[in-house]
Each structure stands twice: as structure tokens, then as C-alpha cells.
Design a binder for this molecule. Structure first.
Ligand code: PLP
Length: 413
């Protein structure tokens, strides 16, 4: 064996335009924030940044929840922290499934010791408030766990009435807003959402690896009843709470509350670069304004969809309940499972688009218009590239029809 180390080449990835269901291109300002010098989590300047993150994400979630923090890890880390901490062994948890991520919520609930139950609807549809209430009456869950937008199916579950329904039936409402936050309205307090989690890599246009979460005082009291502080850091005389210990140390919300709160009781080493990223993502969103940002997502999706339809493609999913940041389209018969088209889009035009999972694998493409990517130039670039690629794969449309329709939509906006 040679004594020379194996080094590989310096990182130099091809430029891509990430128009899949996420991750998407990161705001340059966020990338710059990530290269800021690190500090440790005991540094008073850094704890001030942590406090600022809390203030920023309260505004993003439209909540006054004191408990608004980051979980280090991708969006499912936030989901696990929420569910593992609020579910007591044996609790019934209802996870309405309208796509891949309902299955994920059910599985995480089950792994957290819940009696996990679900109702299902065909992928591409959502539930009515009545259907949800009927299921809640039937199962009497302690927790309802539901995604707002499920990227696998590109549809958005209306949530406006669900908080009130859950309150009436005395159950907690947890919402996974990973795919929707920032591009779709989510007034957490107004809609009565008890606990919510998200990720950075969709409409917030940050890197995956940090999950903002927020929960109200009722949830705080519920999890504090299970507080067991790690032996090596607890103050002398600390008493454990009476409730069952939370299975995960990393995702233990009571310990995280002490870490983010005035006690600053040490827990994990804060992922400083991700905190800087999350901070900048929120600053960019709030600077633009929540409503303006949602409007930009709606308008861009509308332009993309107008273009796709004008090209003769068929949109997927319940058209009255589409997410404002990702669009599903049926793969035309001439394109088989669509993999070759995706590959040509990537290799010839540098544009990533996605297919889906499970029953929709190879049946639909998903095109994301989120955060930094959500802009007119990218819509036009995507439509013109797709038209050219589709022609090579036997699907013909009127040349320029897609771009013209998108242009027209922008002009009339
Ligand atoms: C609705 C939803 N929930 C959860 C996740 C999981 O997120 P992550 O891959 O960051 O763990 C995703 C990812 O696409 C998602 O779209």
C-alpha cells in the first residue's frame, strides 16, 4: 500500500438549479452566514444569537410561544423531538395519511410507544374537516399528527379548523410544516396548533440540518412532567418529574428547554453554522414579509402551472388544495417512468426535477419553486428546457406555448 493518503479531488460540484421537491438552492446570504466564525454555546454573544433565533422564529410561526427553538438535524429530527416528547407510552395517536409523510408520522409515533392509528385517503387528495373530526371521535386520540403540505403528493391539507376541532375533543394538534413553512400561510396561534416543526431546505431555502419547532405552554407543562435531567449536568437536589422518562436524550424537550432557557443548562454542542443558517433564513423571510413571500410562491406556481398546461401536460392532485411551492404533473405515456427526462434535464440543462414515491413513483414529476428558486427566470428556464427535452422523448407541444403562457400570467398579474 502506498504511504500517500487518499484525498480525492477538491469539491467542485456542477452548477445545478434545484427545482425538485427539496432541497433547493440556498440563499447566497445564508451560505455566507454559514461561513461566519464559530463560537461555543456558552459564549454570551452566541447565547444572544440563540435568543434572536427564538424571536425570529416566533415571527415566522406567527406565535407568541416562549418555547420556539431549533433542533439540530434534518426536519425529521424536529418531528422526532416533538412526537417522542409528547407521546407517553400507550397514548393513541391519530396520523391522517394523504402521502408518504403521514406514514412517517405514524411510524415515528409508533416507535415512540404510541398506539398509532390512521385514516387514509387516495394520494393527491386531502381530508375534509368532517372526515378528520369523525376519525377523532372514533379513536379518541391524545394527539393528532398531520403534515400541512406533503411534498410526495404536492397537496396541502387545510388546517384552519383542525385546531378548534382538536380542542373540542381534548387532543393535542401536532403539525409537520417541513414542506410548507414560508411559502404557505401557517398562523400557528390563530389556527390553534399546539406544537409544530419544520425544516430549512424547502421554502426557507436553507441547507437541510436544522429544524425550527414551537410549542405552547400546555405542551411545555406536559413534557415537563416527564423531566429527567442527565446525571452529569443536574444541580444537586434536582428531583425527577413523576412522568415516564422520554426515550431519547437528544430529542428530550425538557432538557432542550433548559438549554435554550435562562438556565442555559448544557445539553448538546450547538451546531453553530446551522444556527447561523437558520437565523439568516428567517431574517430573509421576514424582511420580504410573510404575506409577500407567500404571494411570490403562489404567483410563481401559477405561472409554472399555466406553462405546463399550455404544453399539454396534466397537473396532478386536488387542484383546490395544491401546495404553493411544488407542482405535480403526470408523466406522459411516451416518457415511460420519466427517469430519462429527469436525467436529460439534469445533464443537459443542469435542472433537477423529481419523481415521487410509492404509488406515484414513475407516475408523476414534481417541480419545486421554493425560496431562492421561486422566481420568474427559473420558471421560464424550466419550461423551455422541459419542452426541448420532452420533444426528444416523443412528447410534442406547440413550440413556445409553455413559456408564452407563463409570460402571459406574469403580465396579467
Ligand atoms: C412534509 C415532510 N415532512 C418531513 C420531511 C422529512 O424531512 P428530512 O428529510 O429533512 O428529514 C419531508 C422531506 O421532504 C417532508 O416533505
Amino acid at each position: 500500500m502506498s504511504n500517500r493518503p487518499t484525498l480525492f479531488e477538491e469539491l467542485d460540484p456542477e452548477p445545478r438549479l434545484l427545482m425538485g421537491p427539496g432541497p433547493v438552492d440556498v440563499y447566497p446570504r445564508v451560505l455566507r452566514a454559514m461561513s461566519t466564525a464559530l463560537q461555543g454555546q456558552f459564549d454570551p454573544q452566541f447565547t444572544r444569537y440563540m435568543d434572536q433565533v427564538q424571536v425570529l422564529y416566533r415571527q415566522v410561526f406567527e406565535t407568541s410561544n416562549q418555547q420556539t427553538i431549533l433542533i439540530n438535524g434534518t426536519a425529521r429530527a424536529g418531528i422526532e423531538a416533538c412526537l417522542t416528547s409528547i407521546i407517553r407510552p400507550g397514548d393513541t395517536v391519530l396520523a391522517p395519511i394523504f402521502g408518504r409523510f403521514g406514514h412517517l408520522l405514524k411510524e415515528i409515533a409508533m416507535r415512540s410507544g404510541a398506539n398509532a392509528v390512521s385514516i387514509e385517503t387516495e394520494w393527491g387528495k386531502v381530508f375534509t374537516a368532517d372526515e378528520l373530526e369523525t376519525a377523532i371521535k372514533k379513536y379518541k386520540p391524545a394527539v393528532v399528527a398531520i403534515s400541512q403540505g406533503d411534498t410526495s403528493v404536492t397537496v396541502k391539507q387545510p388546517l384552519k379548523d383542525l385546531g378548534e376541532i382538536c380542542k373540542r375533543h381534548n387532543c393535542i394538534l401536532y403539525v409537520d410544516a417541513t414542506a410548507s413553512l414560508g411559502g404557505n400561510a401557517l398562523p400557528v396561534d390563530e389556527w390553534g396548533i399546539d406544537i409544530v416543526s419544520a425544516g430549512l431546505q424547502k421554502c426557507l431555502s436553507g441547507p437541510p440540518g436544522s429544524s425550527p419547532i414551537s410549542f405552547n405552554d400546555q405542551i411545555a407543562a406536559r413534557v415537563l412532567d416527564r423531566k429527567h435531567t442527565e446525571a452529569g449536568i443536574r444541580a444537586p437536589g434536582t428531583r425527577d418529574a413523576d412522568g415516564p422518562i422520554i426515550q431519547s436524550n437528544y430529542f428530550d424537550l425538557p432538557m432542550l428547554m433548559d438549554y435554550w432557557g435562562p438556565d442555559r443548562l448544557n445539553h448538546h454542542t450547538e451546531s453553530a453554522s446551522m444556527l447561523y443558517a437558520a437565523r439568516e433564513c428567517a431574517r430573509i423571510l421576514l424582511e420580504e414579509g410573510l404575506v409577500a413571500c407567500q404571494h411570490r410562491h403562489q404567483q410563481t406556481s401559477a405561472a409554472l402551472r399555466a406553462g405546463l398546461v399550455a404544453m399539454g401536460l396534466e397537473l396532478f392532485g386536488d387542484q383546490n388544495n395544491l401546495m404553493d411551492n411544488v407542482t405535480g404533473i403526470y408523466i406522459p405515456a411516451s416518457c415511460g417512468n420519466g427517469a430519462a427526462v429527469r436525467s436529460d434535464m439534469l445533464n443537459d440543462f443542469g435542472i433537477e426535477i423529481g419523481t415521487s414515491f410509492g404509488p406515484l413513483d414513475g407516475k408523476i414529476w414534481r417541480i419545486g419553486t421554493m425560496g431562492y428558486v421561486c422566481r420568474k427566470s427559473n420558471v421560464l428556464r424550466c419550461l423551455s428546457s422541459l419542452e426541448a427535452v420532452l420533444r426528444r422523448h416523443g412528447f410534442k407541444s406547440v413550440p413556445g406555448a409553455g413559456v408564452d403562457a407563463a409570460y402571459a400570467l406574469y403580465q396579467n398579474a
